[in-house]
Design a protein around this ligand. Structure first.
Ligand code: SF4
Length: 198
C-alpha cells in the first residue's frame, strides 16, 4: 500500500454498487460529480435542524465536529464525515447526511451505503481514537435521523472492499462485474465499460 496515498471512502460505496465503477474511478480517475459531492456539505439551516434532531433523540454531546476529516491508515482510506459528535463518555456519534433515504431503503437495497457508513465509522474511530456509540444517517429532505447498526459484517465488508480497491489500483486487474440493466442504463461509464462491451 502506498503510504502517502489513501483512497477516498466514497469508493467503498461505489465498489458495492458496481465494482467496475470503482475500477473506472481508480484507474481513469475521471470522477463524475454526484449531487452529494456538489452540495458541499450541510447548509447552516440544515446543521441547526440536525442539532435539534440530536437533542430530540437525547444524544448527549460534548463537542460537534462538522466536516471532520477522517482516515484509516490500516485500510488506506480517507474521507470527511458530515458530523462527528463527541459524547461526555468519550465515545463518538457518526452522522452522515443523505438527501433522501429511508430506514427501509437502507436495509432492503442499500448495502453500498451501509458499507460506506461503516467505513466512515471505522475511520472516525481510528482518527479520533475513541469507540463509536452510534452511527446515524441524517435524511436532509425529511430532516430525520435514522440509526444504523454497524455490525461486524459491515466492518468486514469495508475491509474486503479496501483490500480489493488497493489490489485493483496496484495490479490494474479488472474486477468481475455482471452488468445490470437498471444500473448500466444511466451509468456515465457505459461507453467505455468492458463489462458492457464483452
Ligand atoms: S456500465 Fe454497468 S457494469 Fe459498467 S461500470 Fe456502469 S454500472 Fe458498472
Amino acid at each position: 500500500m502506498d503510504e502517502e496515498r489513501l483512497l477516498p471512502i466514497t469508493l467503498v460505496k461505489e465498489y458495492y454498487w458496481c465494482p467496475m465503477i470503482a475500477y473506472h474511478k481508480l484507474l481513469l480517475w475521471s470522477e463524475r460529480p454526484t449531487q452529494s459531492m456538489q452540495s458541499g456539505g450541510l447548509t447552516g439551516e440544515q446543521r441547526a435542524e440536525l442539532v435539534e434532531r440530536l437533542e430530540e433523540a437525547r444524544i448527549e454531546v460534548q463537542e460537534l465536529l462538522w466536516e471532520q476529516p477522517v482516515q484509516s491508515r490500516r485500510l488506506g482510506l480517507v474521507g470527511r464525515v458530515d458530523l462527528v459528535a463527541v459524547t461526555p463518555r468519550e465515545t463518538l456519534v457518526v452522522v452522515e447526511a443523505k438527501l433522501s433515504v429511508s430506514r427501509r431503503s437502507l436495509y432492503s437495497r442499500a448495502q453500498h451505503i451501509l458499507a460506506q457508513l461503516a467505513a466512515y465509522t471505522i475511520a472516525a474511530e481510528e482518527t479520533l481514537a475513541m469507540p463509536s456509540e452510534k452511527t446515524l444517517v441524517y435524511a436532509t429532505e425529511a430532516a430525520r435521523l435514522i440509526e444504523v447498526r454497524i455490525t461486524p459484517r459491515h466492518r468486514r465488508l469495508v475491509e474486503e472492499a479496501a483490500r480489493e480497491l488497493w489490489r485493483i489500483l496496484e495490479t490494474g486487474i479488472t474486477p468481475w462485474t455482471r452488468p445490470r440493466r437498471s444500473r448500466c442504463r444511466a451509468c456515465s461509464y457505459r461507453g467505455v465499460c468492458p463489462s458492457i462491451q464483452a
